[in-house]
Ligand binder design. Structure first.
Ligand SMILES: Nc1ncnc2c1ncn2[C@@H]1O[C@H](COP(=O)(O)OP(=O)(O)OP(=O)(O)O)[C@@H](O)[C@H]1O
Ligand SMILES: [Mg+2]
Length: 225
């Protein structure tokens, strides 16, 4: 069975004084556990919209999105938030780390939000995760004391905090230079290979897509190939 399956996913947005705009039009796709998939396509084609729907950040207008057999499209906001916290990790183009908290605290937060671990356990796990992304010596740094590439690695550690079934990333290297882009892609590939982490990454960069196991191309709100 697929880990993630989208069936006929459509997204329309209301436009004042005009018919609704159809951003996604009947998208169907499936992703197996342990796959590394790149979502590519022209600017404005609907990649981010698709990723947000697949990652439970938004509701489709029509269609089904099954994650591990559970239909995200049928969940209310509360159920979706719970599912997201336990099963989905997100990395964005901008890191969205909390500026007044250290790297360690930023990674601890989603672990503590689950309410099932002590502070000590959360700290140990956050420390391990930051070690895995190569930041063992930056635990107590604030986001502004880290480079762009390091900030993005903290974001990845944070996204992995609750061992998500699915790791989603929207242009995670969009703000980075070539060397840091390579490092982030290496890291995502390593997580995929060593932890069998399923990864879904939206990217403009051919170099990222080339290294993914599979590419899903979105054009005009439809899966083109
Ligand atoms: N909240 C919104 N209100 C109105 N239109 C929107 C909204 N969000 C997205 N759109 C429109 O939906 C289309 C798809 O947007 P989306 O952000 O998914 O594209 P994208 O493929 O991620 O583009 P990019 O590569 O530039 O990030 C665009 O035409 C965009 O203008
Ligand atoms: Mg986008």
């Amino acid at each position: 069975m697929s880990l993630l399956e989208a069936r006929g996913v459509t997204k329309e947005l209301a436009v004042a004084g005009a018919p609704p705009a159809r951003i996604l039009d009947g998208v169907s796709l499936s992703v197996a556990r342990g796959e590394f998939v790149a979502i590519t396509g022209p600017s404005g084609s609907g990649k981010s919209t698709l990723l947000y729907l697949l990652g439970g950040l938004d509701h489709p207008t029509a269609g089904e999105i099954l994650l591990d057999g559970r239909n995200l499209a049928a969940m209310d906001d509360e159920a979706l938030t719970l599912l997201r916290n336990e099963a989905i990790g997100f990395v964005y183009q901008f890191h969205f780390l909390l500026p007044e908290f250290t790297a360690l605290e930023n990674v601890m937060m989603p672990i503590l939000a689950g309410g099932r671990t002590t502070r000590k356990e959360a700290m140990a796990r956050a420390r391990d995760l930051l070690g895995e992304v190569g930041l063992a010596d930056r635990l107590d740094h604030l986001p502004r004391q880290l480079s762009g590439g390091q900030q993005q690695r903290v974001s990845i550690a944070r996204a992995l905090a609750n061992k998500p079934l699915l790791l989603c990333a929207d242009e995670p290297t969009g703000n980075l230079d070539t060397a840091n882009t390579e490092r982030i892609v290496d890291l995502l590939l390593t997580l995929n290979r060593t932890m069998n982490q399923t990864v879904l990454v939206v990217t403009h960069e051919g170099s990222v897509a080339d290294r993914a196991g599979r590419e899903i191309r979105v054009v005009d709100g439809k899966v083109a190939s």
